[in-house]
Every structure is written in C-alpha cells, then in structure tokens.
Design a protein. Structure first.
Length: 488
C-alpha cells in the first residue's frame, strides 16, 4: 500500500453542491485538549428528537441497543458532491451511514509487553502442547525441504518471463538464476534426511540496534521459534517484546518456505474459491486468539483474498485463496474501526501512534498467517457513554475539512476524486496528551476507495489501494469535532 504525500491547503473553499460559508480558520487538527474532550464527553447528551433519549432497538434490559440514528439525527444514507476551490479535487459521497448498537466510551490504554507466560501461551495456541523445534537458521533444512524448494525454483525458471524474473529480481539474468538453482541442488545433496528437534526453550534474545555511537540495547527483545510440522514443512513464530524502541508484536507463518504475502492489494474483489465458509474461518480465528489470550479482540473486517509469494500480483502467478480478517480491541462492546491508515499523526505533544490490530489469514488447513501489532492493555474506562455531537454538526465539519485535509490534487494541479461509500460511527485510538499511553475515543470515519490521479489511473488501480471501502478519507472526533489525522 502506497503512502500519499499529505499537504494541508489553508485556502478558502467554494462548495459547488451547496452554498456553504468559507471557513476562516481550519478546524483543530490533532490538537484538542484531551481533558476538555473528556469533560465535554461527560456533559448531558443533546438529542435530535424528544423520543431519542429512550429509544432502543431491543426490549432486553441487559442487551439494550442505542438508537444512534434517533439520538444524533443520522440518516440511513448521506449523499453529496463537493468540489475544491482549486477545482482539481472532487468528493463524491453516496454512503451508507453505519452505526454501532452500544454506548461509545472513552477508555485509556497502555502499550503492553510480553511476559514469559505470554510467550508460552502463544506458542501452545499456535503449535500445540509438544511442538518439535529446530534451530532458527535458514540453512537448517532436510533433504525433503530442499527438494520442495528446488521444485518451486524450477517452476519459477520455467515461467521466467511470466513471473520468475519478477520474484527473483535480485538476479540480473535468467542464467544467474540457473546458476543459483544449481548451487541449491548441490546443497541439497549434502542435506540430512531427518533434522534433530527439541522442545521449546522460551528464551528471549536481546535486540541490538546499530547507532552512531555503536551497538546498543534498550530492553527490546525477541523470541524466534521454528517448528517442524508433521508434513515436513517449517512454521515460524516471531514474538517481539517492545520496551523502548517499538511496541510489541507477533508474526506467525504456518509455512516458512511458502513465502506468501499477508494481503493482496490488487484492485479486484476476488470470489471465494474455498470450501470453508466465512463463518467457519472466523470461528477458527476467534478460537485461536482466545487460546493465545487475546479475547478482547473482535472481528472488525473480513474479505476473501489471494495471497501471493513475495507480495507480487501477476497474471498466472500461483496463489493461495484465503479468508482475510482484521481484529481490533473492543471496550464495553465498542470496537476500534479498521482502516488502512493504521497510525495517527504526531504533533508537538504527541508521538507517532499506531492502533492495535491483528491480521489473520485462514484457509482449509487453518491459520495460514497471523500478524499482530501495537498491543495494548486496557487501563480504565474514563467515560462509560460519551455525549456526541449531532450528525448535522459532523457533516458541517466534513464538508469543509475534506477539501482541506490531505488535498494534494490542487497543489499538484491534477484531478482527483474521492469516492466515499460509507460513513461509520465507531472508535479510534489516539496517543495520550503528554503521556505514554493512548485513548480510545468515538469518531466518525468517512470511508471508501481513493481514485487515482487521472494521469495515472491504470497504474494506481493495479498497484495502489484495494478497492474494498477501507480507506478513511477523513476522521472526525465525534465528541468535539476535531480532525484526527490518520496516516499509513
């Protein structure tokens, strides 16, 4: 997924679809005082209608769902067309308004570290009680493993012009790759029939960083586990315990030699080519997360996908069809909204901050890949149910700010169109003001698919964003109306 160049234009706006006043100043971007935000969230809610205060969608007192449409005056759909002052940015909105069924809280979270017990639980959940481990070296392979790799290389050689030269672009010519293949075959001749295995050691290794003054450690550590599976393939689990440099993460690959990329970003919406249903695949993912100790995560997004080797999408290149899921944390039933933009821009008092998320690929064999980033622990619910701005006010802010924030079309003098297909009320994770943790707060995301600059449409539709409606063009704090700048 490609990063855009973000430039804020502070020029006046002319909205062609409606006579909106030109904003004299830009709304606050990522600088709202968080204590004031919390106080505002605790004020009495202003309802769109007298009936909204008591409106619910169920009679079960333990499962009462909030009628946000009545409370905030939100319609089922929102449509409009906007044009920037420079004339190059068009915003087409034909969007379903998606609302939660619970109160939306403010919750404080802190970055989480992994303990020895965490590591043991994660390894058991992914590999079982008695996994057979082998040393984590790339050349620690049996003859069968080499034979499998040789067969794959030979296929790449046979299809060199189609995709082999792209996968193996580090080789200048086909002859160079043929030479490398012969060297691999020579290695295989000396490989053992069987590999020695051992029980997991659960040992952490300090992560050493290269700095201008030499090698240093800051308390970050990793645990690499390579497991020999019954079918002779190797699985890998990498647990990163972040202390200072980065936040903690997990990366798991069921088949280390397959080299599949997690997520296909091709523009097409792939059909389901599997016998396993979405519900069955989701149950597998949820069960695994619970066994890992992460039952605070809920499914925020799913789609069918094709997972390719090395992340390269080419016609004819072998792929693995999978169900792709994204899980995010939930507090009191309110989950973080999933978008491709995974972090919030830093400011003078806030650092770079990614939201917590877990990506999972599931096929007929089970979990094919899992990546979990920026893990946090919930500390406290600061506000059980936040008072939110009415939908009308949110739309007023959106129609002004969507033409200012990240508008690079006017600055580059190239036409660009935003296609917004959903307006979603959910939660966003933002860094704590002058602190080490963060807050989960209610937000509105205006989401859809970004159309490319008109000069390069075919290139960007092929190599750019997936067209599945998960790109957030603008995120607005639902409590105070400030703009929350999401970035890749």
């Amino acid at each position: 997924m490609k990063k855009h160049i973000f430039i804020i234009l502070l020029a006046a706006l002319l909205l062609l679809c409606a006579c909106q006043p030109t904003p004299e100043t830009e709304f606050v971007v990522n600088k709202a005082d968080q204590q004031q935000m919390i106080e505002k969230a605790q004020e009495d809610a202003v309802y769109a209608s007298p009936e909204a205060e008591t409106a619910h969608t169920t009679d079960d007192p333990e499962k009462q769902s909030i009628d946000w449409a009545a409370r905030l005056g939100a319609p089922e759909r929102y449509t409009t067309t906007l044009k920037s002052t420079g004339g190059h940015l068009t915003v087409d909105v034909d969007a379903k308004v998606i609302l939660p069924d619970t109160e939306l809280p403010i919750a404080h979270v802190s970055p989480r570290r992994f303990s020895d017990d965490d590591a043991k639980q994660i390894i058991r959940a992914l590999f079982g009680e008695n996994p057979k481990c082998i040393p984590p070296h790339s050349d620690n392979m049996s003859k069968a493993m080499y034979d499998r790799q040789i067969a794959q290389w030979k296929d790449d050689l046979d299809h060199w012009e189609e995709y082999g030269n792209v996968i193996w672009d580090r080789y200048d010519t086909k002859a160079d790759f043929e030479k490398a293949l012969q060297e691999l075959i020579l290695k295989a001749s000396d490989a053992p029939e069987m590999l020695d295995t051992f029980a997991p050691t659960y040992e952490w290794e300090p992560l050493v960083w290269e700095t201008a003054s030499g090698k240093k450690t800051y308390g970050d550590r990793v645990m690499d586990t390579i497991v020999l599976r019954e079918d002779g393939t190797r699985s890998r689990l990498h647990i990163y315990d972040g202390a200072a440099v980065m936040r903690s993460s997990i990366i798991y690959s069921r088949d280390l030699d397959e080299g599949l990329d997690y997520w296909d970003d091709d523009a097409a919406k792939w059909p389901n080519e599997m016998t396993i249903t979405e519900g069955e695949a989701r149950t597998i993912a949820e069960t695994t997360l619970k066994e890992m100790g992460f039952d605070h995560l809920v499914c925020a997004f799913s789609k069918t996908t094709r997972s390719y080797r090395s992340g390269i999408t080419l016609e004819g290149l072998p792929y693995r069809p999978c169900w792709a899921f994204v899980f995010t944390p939930a507090v009191n039933g309110a989950a973080l909204t999933y978008t491709y933009r995974t972090n919030v821009e830093s400011t003078e008092y806030n650092r770079y901050w990614n939201y917590e998320r877990c990506y999972i690929l599931v096929d007929e064999q089970g979990i094919a890949a899992l990546e979990y980033y920026d893990i946090c622990k919930p500390d406290e619910v600061t506000v059980e149910g936040a008072a939110l701005l009415p939908f009308e006010k949110i739309i007023e802010i959106f129609e002004k700010m969507v033409l200012i924030v990240d508008n690079n079309a006017d600055s580059l003098n190239r036409d660009q169109t935003y296609s917004i297909t959903s307006v979603r009320l959910g939660m966003v994770s933002i860094p704590e003001q002058n602190g080490e943790g963060g807050y989960m707060v209610p937000c509105w995301d205006f989401m859809g698919d970004p159309f490319a600059l008109s000069e390069f449409p075919e290139f960007w539709q092929k190599m750019g964003w997936s067209l599945d409606g998960s790109h957030s063009f603008l995120t607005i704090n639902a409590i105070d109306g400030s703009i929350i700048r999401r970035e890749q």
